[in-house]
Ligand binder design. Structure first.
Ligand code: TNX
Length: 531
């Protein structure tokens, strides 16, 4: 297979520098021609990539973007707006019907395409032009991220870079994702994140071909989305956060804007309202849904497992119905996440009863239910998903024909520390360096959960210690691209020694994007500043 050839060529170059410290040394002293960074460092690794070694394609002021098919025009616009600020090139968008010939970046939608999924694409670059084809706009968009990574890092600059040659190496790439769900979760409940911050997060997901943003919209500390029929949820439930800050919430217009922004990048928003536990913020607003003797008031601590809806009260289900109805109506994606984790104060049958009612309500509003692994104790519908995080409980889902989303905490939790001295993060699941997050196979991680049982991989970023987007990025980068590759690239195309060298070349992009990162000692970063 072509990809193996490319990969082996890379690893072969490094084989002379076997010990990790020598890899760094070789990298620094060797002329760029002898090591991987001289070749394309695409993350996630494509299914197959042949580096032609012939002349590259040069973008000039005359290069148009040719959009074949109306639906390709939107994606062409994304590419143009990505490249115009840094290149200063006009990059006119023209329909194929114009019959323009000459060097161009062609984006083609082909219904008869041989590509496998909506996100698959083919990319051919020669000195004469670029041809990107896919059967769906999502595939073109993913292909554009590859094109972006084939260009010099400066393409990410918001200012025009005068002296850069905008060359794309001659390559032939065929690419398709391993799993349909490659996500990240942002906990906007423990600390609130503004619309602008969440958009920055979405931008980075898109760069690495991730396609799901799971928003953890409520927890004990805050309820973060306006529900018109239940105004107290945000009037009372959103006023604090961990540590006692002022919290916040999204208006319906804010949420709609996030959904739109994500959609433009072919990222699906999966909203989560955690229930029946993690509900102190809801219960402080509507105490009639609680049967605890402990009265609920705004909470800024970090304990878990102590709050719950009263599972026998009609009022609980009336609130749940209102919340799921209104959020579902604003959510184009197929899934509603009901949480379901860490309920330490209910008996198993009480818990199961609640989850089954919630599943019915989700179905009533046209969505499929996803919940943390504990929901697999209930009778699931085959369309539901259990999100594995800390045990093998999720496996129970398989008997109902339901699928599993892989978020094992020891590998995917972005809120775990990188090492003992990390200033941010927790340690309850593990200490997770970049290699730990990269070097595992979702299909062999849990006995009895194989490739066909898994819908994908998701990286949760819980925010007990994360007060702003800068801290979020420091924890996410570079583990997020590692997990993006776990979810996208075939297992046989992934090698840590190859990945770490490709990853090293990405830090200049993050710097142009204003995204801070953990300068992991496992990665042979370029230079001292990463540039
Ligand atoms: C466990 S993972 C939780 C969250 C915490 C997280 C911190 C899960 C389903 N529940 O409530 O924020 O640990 O790492």
């Amino acid at each position: 297979m072509t990809s193996s050839r490319t990969t082996f060529a890379r690893v072969g170059g490094l084989a002379r520098c076997l010990a990790p410290f020598l890899v760094v040394a070789c990298h620094n002293v060797a002329p760029v021609t002898s090591v991987a960074p001289s070749g394309p460092s695409v993350i996630p690794a494509p299914t197959s990539m042949r580096v032609e070694g012939t002349a590259p394609f040069l973008i000039t002021a005359a290069t148009p973007i040719v959009a074949e098919g109306d639906a390709a025009v939107g994606v062409a616009r994304s590419l143009a707006s990505l490249m115009r600020p840094s290149t200063g090139m006009p990059l006119r968008i023209v329909p194929a019907a114009d019959g323009s010939s000459g060097p161009a970046i062609q984006l083609a939608l082909r219904a008869d395409s041989s590509v496998a999924t909506d996100e698959s694409y083919d990319l051919v670059v020669t000195s004469a032009g670029v041809r990107l084809s896919a059967s769906r706009p999502a595939g073109l968009f993913r292909g554009i991220q590859t094109l972006r990574q084939l260009l010099p890092a400066g393409v990410e600059s918001h200012m025009k870079l005068g002296s850069t040659a905008w060359a794309i190496p001659a390559v032939t790439i065929k690419d398709s994702p391993r799993f349909p769900w490659r996500g990240a979760m942002l906990d906007v409940a423990r600390h609130f994140f503004t619309v602008k911050e969440v958009k920055q997060f979405i931008d980075v997901l898109a760069l690495y071909k991730m396609n799901v943003l799971h928003l953890h919209l409520s927890d004990d500390q805050g309820f973060r989305i306006a529900i018109a029929s239940r105004p107290r949820l945000t009037e009372i439930g959103s006023v604090t956060q961990v540590g006692g800050g002022e919290g916040g919430f999204y208006t319906k217009a804010d949420y709609a804007e996030l959904v739109r922004y994500a959609g433009e990048r072919f990222v699906t928003v999966v909203p989560e309202v955690d229930m029946p536990g993690h509900t102190n913020a809801v219960l402080s607003a509507y105490p009639s849904a609680s049967c605890s003797v402990r009265s609920s008031s705004p909470y800024a601590g970090t304990d878990v497992g102590w709050s719950t809806f009263c599972v026998d009260s009609a009022e609980s289900y009336a609130i749940v119905d209102d919340i799921i109805r209104e959020i579902s109506a604003m959510t184009p994606g197929a899934y509603f996440h009901v949480g379901g984790d860490e309920v330490h104060t209910l008996k198993r049958d009480q818990y199961v009863k609640f989850v089954e009612r919630a599943q019915e309500i989700v179905g009533k509003y046209g969505k499929r239910m996803i919940g943390w692994e504990e929901v697999a104790k209930a009778r699931l519908q085959p369309t539901s998903i259990a999100q594995l995080w800390t045990s093998d409980t999720a496996r129970l889902a398989l008997q109902y024909g339901a699928k599993i989303l892989m978020s094992p905490a020891k590998k995917t939790y972005l809120d775990m520390k990188y090492n003992r001295s990390s200033t941010l993060g927790l340690t309850w699941a593990a200490i997770i360096e970049v290699q730990d997050s990269y070097d595992w196979d979702p299909a062999t991680y849990v006995t009895g959960v194989g490739e066909g049982d898994i819908v994908g991989v998701e990286a949760p970023l819980w925010s007990e210690t994360v007060r702003n987007i800068g801290s979020a990025f420091w924890l996410a980068m570079p583990r997020l691209p590692a997990l993006a590759e776990v979810g996208w690239s075939a297992q046989q195309n992934r090698r840590w020694e190859d990945f770490r060298v490709r990853l090293a070349t990405h830090s200049p992009r993050w710097e142009y994007l204003g995204v801070g990162y953990h300068r992991s000692p496992q990665i042979p970063w370029l230079g001292t500043t990463g540039r």
